[in-house]
Each structure stands twice: as structure tokens, then as C-alpha cells.
Design a protein around this ligand. Structure first.
Ligand code: 13P
Length: 252
């Protein structure tokens, strides 16, 4: 049984005061049903993690980082270590996000190091994969994603894999208002689960949650979540507004 996970990636948005206001607004919008059969995760910017942890304490909403260093500590100016994320109250960390890959040049080998270190430290990776538009047009969407999985998860054991969350985010759908059709998203999610089954066995593959990300909005979440292999959403823009994120959490 996979519990759906609705995750917010705020990216580089929200000061501390704005974060407090957004979380207050979100908590106001949610009721007991919002937590029924689903998990909620917020990934604010690093500067807001501490106040968010205090606000979320006891609410049942989990906290995650948006990235981390590939080392526990050391001379890595500007980086945040997995131990620091744990220290501030995170249970999750997004790794391999498209913006890390394509804006900051993170490569599969580095992302793989981060995934393994996160697992060693007890953080749950939300491991993001996704093809660019030209790769999709060339018929290489699935092979691109499978390559990212194979290199990014290299050396992760079947036992560890059961904890990993995968996020399929087609690059061309991020922040563009374009969403993969539920059928195309489902096809990719099924391909990912098929690859997981071949690598780790059926029972692990059945347990791994595969989130969809890329312009998830209140008006398209229901049809995406109706697909059998879509186990949640990783939401950017629409998570910055309490009402719209609450509507996404309350998907039908
Ligand atoms: P948008 O929902 O703004 O398209 O962003 C998706 C995303 O990158 C979440 O990680």
C-alpha cells in the first residue's frame, strides 16, 4: 500500500515572515480529512526551515530540504549538510531536481553520492528525474529517465530503496503551465516502476512512491492522482498559495 504524498517545493521563495504566514494560512485551510490517507511535506528555503519546523511541530506535516551537500561536514562554503537538515527537523530532502541539474550543473554521479549519503544519514531522498523537451521530441524520454535512475540510484540496496521517493518531473512542464497528460505521466510512472521491479524486485517496486511534478494545479491534480502509478505530487508554483496548495492536498 502506497500512501499518497503531496509535497511542496517552495524553491527560492518566501522570507521568514512570509513563510510563517503561508504555513498559518495552510493550517487554516486543512481539516482532518486533509490528513486522511495522505502525507503532506513542505520544503521551504533553508532560511525558513527552523521556524517552519516549530510551526509544523505536532501537525503531522513533514519537513524537507530542497538540496544538500554530498558530505557530512567540511570546507564547503554555502552548502548545507544532511546532518544540519536532520538537526533542524527535516525527514526528507529533494535531490536531483531539474534546476539543480540544469541551472547548477549537477551531474548524475554527484546526485548519486548525495542520495547514498542521505540514506546513510537517515533522510528520505525525494529523487527527481525528468527529460527535456528535445529528448521527448526525439523519442528518448523514457531512456533518459531510466539512465537518470540507473546512475542516480547506483549502489542503493533494495532495503534502502523501499524508503526512497521518486519524483518524475518532465523539465518542459516545470513552471510553464504545461502538464504532461495524465496518460503520458502514467506511462512514464509505469516504466519507472517496471525498471524498479527489474532492479529491486516486485515487492520493493510496489512500495516505492512515484510523485509527478510539473505545473500541478488545483484544476489538474484530480485526474493526475486518478492514475494507478501516480502516488503524489511535487508542487512548485501552486504550493506558494495556501488555498491552492490546500486544494491540491485535498485531491479527490
Ligand atoms: P511547478 O509546479 O511550478 O511547475 O514546479 C514543479 C517543480 O519543479 C516542483 O519541484
Amino acid at each position: 500500500m502506497r500512501t499518497p504524498l503531496i509535497a511542496a517545493n517552495w524553491k527560492m521563495h518566501k522570507t521568514i515572515d512570509e513563510a510563517i504566514e503561508l504555513i498559518d494560512g495552510l493550517l487554516d485551510q486543512l481539516d482532518d480529512d486533509s490528513f486522511d490517507g495522505r502525507e503532506i511535506l513542505l520544503c521551504p528555503p533553508a532560511t525558513a526551515l527552523l521556524v517552519a519546523a516549530e510551526q509544523l511541530d505536532g501537525t503531522g506535516i513533514a519537513l524537507g530540504g530542497q538540496n544538500m551537500a554530498a558530505a557530512r561536514e567540511g570546507a564547503f562554503t554555502g552548502e548545507i549538510s544532511p546532518l544540519m537538515l536532520l538537526d533542524v527537523g527535516c525527514d526528507f530532502v529533494i535531490l536531483g531536481h531539474s534546476e539543480r541539474r540544469h541551472v547548477f550543473g549537477e551531474e548524475d554521479a554527484l546526485i548519486n553520492k548525495k542520495v547514498k549519503l542521505a540514506l546513510e544519514c537517515g533522510l528520505i531522498p525525494v529523487f527527481a528525474v525528468g527529460e527535456k523537451l528535445e529528448q521527448r521530441k526525439a523519442g528518448a524520454a523514457e531512456s533518459t529517465v531510466i539512465d537518470q535512475l540507473a546512475t542516480g540510484l547506483d549502489g542503493v540496496s533494495a532495503n534502502e530503496m523501499a524508503d526512497v521517493v521518486i519524483a518524475y518531473e518532465p523539465v518542459w512542464a516545470i513552471g510553464t503551465g504545461e502538464t504532461a497528460s495524465p496518460q503520458d505521466a502514467q506511462a512514464m510512472h509505469a516504466a519507472i516502476r517496471g525498471w524498479l521491479a527489474a532492479q529491486y524486485g516486485e515487492s520493493v517496486a510496489e512500495d516505492v512512491r512515484i510523485l509527478y511534478g510539473g505545473s500541478v494545479k488545483p484544476n489538474n491534480v484530480d485526474e493526475l492522482m486518478a492514475e494507478p502509478d501516480i502516488d503524489g505530487a511535487l508542487v512548485g508554483g501552486a504550493s506558494l498559495d495556501a488555498e491552492s496548495f490546500a486544494r491540491i492536498i485535498n485531491f479527490a
